[in-house]
Write a new protein. Sequence first.
Length: 187
Amino acid sequence: MIKSISPDCELRTYLESKQTDLKTLSKVLRSHFKEKDATTLFTTLSNAKQGIQESPNNFVMRLLALRQKVLFVSKENVCQYEYPLVQERFLHAVLTGLRSDYIRSELRDFHLLKSKSTSDEDLLDRLTIAVSDDSERLEKFNSRPKQASVNSLSLDSDFEQPQAPKKENFLLKELSEIKAQLNLSLS
């Protein structure tokens, strides 16, 4: 593993000069790459929400990767985060973090997120179906039929269209009043 690190990296020099076991090597690498601890990762998982530009599938994939990271770091550090707790928090984060009400309700109605034994494949399959249905539904509601325009011709040339009442120009009215007052005072 040490040989996979770039030869000009100080980390490699350090690791080559020190005898380390796999557990110590893992801790040093985690520290070097500034990886978060299990508690921080678990909190991130709990508070995760779908980004504005992020698709529901990408959001769930991000949470799946984060769940695996929490489990890996917990196992490495012998933390309090066991699989059932992390899985429950993961499913809750999926349900509360999705932006689309329709997709959330589809997953909830499917009873997919209530079962802690839900497989990742089942979740992704159901999510794909819900996203597809939601896209189709949105497409139907966003496409409006074009309204036909009606061209009418007047058969009676004497018929006049009613005109909108003309608005009085406030400045012209005031100017007229001032002019009238000047004429009165000059006379």
